[in-house]
Design a protein around this ligand. Sequence first.
Ligand SMILES: *[C@@H]1O[C@H](CO)[C@@H](O)[C@H](O)[C@H]1NC(C)=O
Ligand SMILES: *[C@@H]1O[C@H](CO)[C@@H](O)[C@H](O)[C@H]1NC(C)=O
Ligand SMILES: *[C@@H]1O[C@H](CO)[C@@H](O)[C@H](O)[C@H]1NC(C)=O
Ligand SMILES: *[C@@H]1O[C@H](CO)[C@@H](O)[C@H](O)[C@H]1NC(C)=O
Ligand SMILES: *[C@@H]1O[C@H](CO)[C@@H](O)[C@H](O)[C@H]1NC(C)=O
Length: 945
Amino acid sequence: MKLKFLLLVFVAINLNLEYVKCNCIWYGQCGPSQHGVDGRYNCKYTGQPKIQTNETFITIFKDLCPHMYKENEDIRTCCDYEQLITFYDNLSVPRQLLSRCPSCFKNFKAFLCDFTCSPTQNEFMLITKEDEYHPSENVTKIEVVELTYHITNYSVNALYKSCQDVQYAASNQKVMDLLCGTSAESCSPEIFVNYLGHNSQTPFIFNMNITENEYNFNSTLHIKPKNTTMYECSKQVTTENFNASACGCSDCEDSCPVPVPPPIQKPCKIFSLTCGDVFAITLFIVFTTTFLVVIFVFSSTNGKKNLKYQKFDNECDQEESKPFLQDQLDQSQKASKIKMFGVHTDRYIEIFFQKLGFVCASSPIKVILLGLMLCLVCSGGFMYFSVLTDPVELWSPENSDTRINKDYYDSHFRPFYRTTQIIIRPTNQTPWIHEIFDDFGPVEYSSALRLDFLHQVLELQNKISSLEGQLENDQGLKLNKTVKLKDICFAPLKPDNSNCTIQSILNYWQNDPDLLDKIVVDPDFGITNADYITHFETCTKSPTSVNDTLGLSCLGTYGGIVSPFVAMGGYPQYKKAQQYGNASALILTFIINNHKNESENLAAMAWEKSVIEFLKNYTNENMSISFSTERSIQDELDRESKSDISTILISYMAMFLYITLTLGKYKLLKKNTNESNFNWILKMCQQFLVDMKFSLGMVGVVIVMLSVASSIGLFSYFHVKATLIIFEVIPFLVLAVGVDNIFILVQSYQRDIRLDHETLEEQIARIVGKVGPSMLLTSSAESLAFFLGALTPMPAVRIFSLYAGLAVLIDFILQITVFVSFMTLDCKRELSKRFDLIWCLKNTSGLNEETENEADTDGFLFNFFKNKHAPFLMNKCTRPLVIIVFFAIFFTSVSLMAKVETGLDQKLSMPKDSYVLDYFEALEKYLSVGVPVYFVLKNVDDYSS
Ligand SMILES: *[C@@H]1O[C@H](CO)[C@@H](O)[C@H](O)[C@H]1NC(C)=O
Ligand SMILES: *[C@@H]1O[C@H](CO)[C@@H](O)[C@H](O)[C@H]1NC(C)=O
Ligand SMILES: *[C@@H]1O[C@H](CO)[C@@H](O)[C@H](O)[C@H]1NC(C)=O
Ligand SMILES: *[C@@H]1O[C@H](CO)[C@@H](O)[C@H](O)[C@H]1NC(C)=O
Ligand SMILES: *[C@@H]1O[C@H](CO)[C@@H](O)[C@H](O)[C@H]1NC(C)=O
């Protein structure tokens, strides 16, 4: 009995608790709302939630509040049938906006459902204002006018996050632009939910208290913020009563496939040194130690050999005078057959060159004429000469992917437009405050948006659009025809609208100064309600708008939109939103049609030339201007290669002087005691003129030029296009490579003493035989190296290698034949003591043999190498040291090789004083859009899927 009573009490308490916990704040609808439009307030009701049995109710409830619906369980709600229907009706607009993204819409419904129907309403909803309602006489009901909704941070953030990216396709904006009361960029979770409770569509105001803390409002009321479970938009939702796929990438950023970032290769490091360095250092140590060990072992076990080396040190010059090949032949008796073969080939080559030398020396005139004739024939190819200047064709290999893709695009569509772009910054960058009576209030704007500055920019823009260019033909000859922007520009609506596409913010006012000045004045108060800044704000927000408070359209004269991110630059970003009002630069972009066939672009190029000329001479103290046209880069490249011509000439002259002066071997004359100073100087001058080898040096240089010309001519016969680099670099290269041959030939002759019974021709033949093989070896090696360079795919390098290789080869052939003939002629002149250059005059002073022998000295350099350098180098300590230093340098270079940066920065290719450099800098600093990227799908059969 007692137990039963106790149980009863317990149940009663329990029931009571349950009763307190599960209470409504409203049920059913009361009088018309004073707040919104045709809504109704809900009636206050603090009883328990009511069980719903009506079938229609349950069906709708299941759809709207799946998270509260449980199969085979009573449905208790604080909303009646009428409320549920109103709720359903009110959802029609959000349903349209949000149903693209099911989880977002589901979250939105759950949020409002808890609000409307939750059976535990009094836990998180607090009535803050109520009113009396008299549906009929004698009946009084209480209605809820204002309340506070307590909700956790988690729910609000998760709800907002799931919906923030949903797109409203109809106007190409985000739904948050419509649901948040502000623009989507400046919306936040708090702003979003607060707007839901305060907009003109809700029948009553509800305030949001976003908090995590529970608290006791008074002794009976305990507030616990609602923590509605929300679903992420990127995840598929599967619950008992609800199934929805994840939202698409355009509506939910998290759904977008994250491109897998390329694996970051950690630089291989050991103790703060890169592996390459460590590898190089190890190799260096290994090589050096093995080398030193070998040296040490050899020197201690084989003392005799060392002796022999020392002997060699002392007898070096005697060894030289011994016929080298003869010596080798003697030794070769014992040597292997391979070695024998080598020696024999050497011998044959030597004999060949000796014979060749003899022919050239004995009939010089014929050889020279023949050589000249051949060169002329080769150079005849200049008729077919053509130069490659297009940077794309020069620097990208023909079979590179990029080039193939670009060609495909250009030939199937058309090359991307030519753009003439002008970046304008105000010199005075201080911002100003714009103050008119409108929604925006006083706002700071950059000085680029001052009215007078805009007028100046507009004036400049209109001047440029009215420029006329003088048409030129392919050869650069002026034709009697002018080109206007209208003839060449891109006008998408042609022929209905032939205005040119100009991306400029002044196109928001249709490039009309009068429209720029237009304002709207309030008729009652006489204050300005809207001006150009109002229009600017409208247009940057929605460039497609065709009518705003000023009655102006944002569309440009050409009928299309002006994208603010193209027409303005240097604007800051705030919370992903571009602050165009603070843009520090205005950008004018003229878009001109492009053609694959270069000759169709001549008109555009003529107009561009006039723009460059105009802008180079244009000054306005209020603005600084950077500009570039499509032809600018090529123009500047051409200018650069032409400006180098003077440097080329100067350095060529220097080389030429050096060769001619050092080629001669000058004799010093002893001054006789009874001789006057004047006489001595005269004699010296005469001797100098005889010793001089000016004409021979000149011939050497002319031969280099002839070989370059022949090389270019020969390739032109085969229609290999040349580049301008060829003219700049190859003459130097061939001169540098060919000069040593000239020196070797001339100096071997000068050092040589004619044997008895030998004629001059025979002597020269012997010398050519001696030095010919090594000349052949060096020249063929050099030329081979160049020809190997021709294997690279980059056209500029390949062409260069081809031309250089052939030029070196031709140079060698001419040197061994034509130059030898000239040398013979020059030797004959010298022997007959005629002056250089003035062959008809003879040295009359006449040297006697005695002084000649005395004065005959070897040059300084010869003595230095013979007496200082060679003994020092052959020293026992120096030799290993040299090898070790070589190892050190070699391995340092190997490890540094990995650090070489590859790539070609277009800034580097411009001359230092170019206006294009200035443009590149401004481009980097201000422009926010890059070059377009196209994806072309080939072989698509069915475009419907
Ligand atoms: C549900 O209730 C509404 C309104 O009270 C009524 O019109 C409807 O007939 C009811 N439906 C069912 C199946 O009882
Ligand atoms: C309202 O109350 C008054 C007096 O209390 C009564 O006379 C009257 O009939 C009532 N009216 C209605 C509609 O019930
Ligand atoms: C919001 O909730 C906090 C408890 O976290 C409470 O202290 C505060 O008074 C509430 N504010 C309103 C306006 O209800
Ligand atoms: C607590 O506050 C609610 C709402 O304001 C009110 O209805 C109730 O009477 C209060 N209870 C007490 C004990 O003050
Ligand atoms: C609300 O629910 C989420 C998950 O449903 C949970 O992570 C979070 O801790 C909850 N917050 C509170 C205050 O209970």
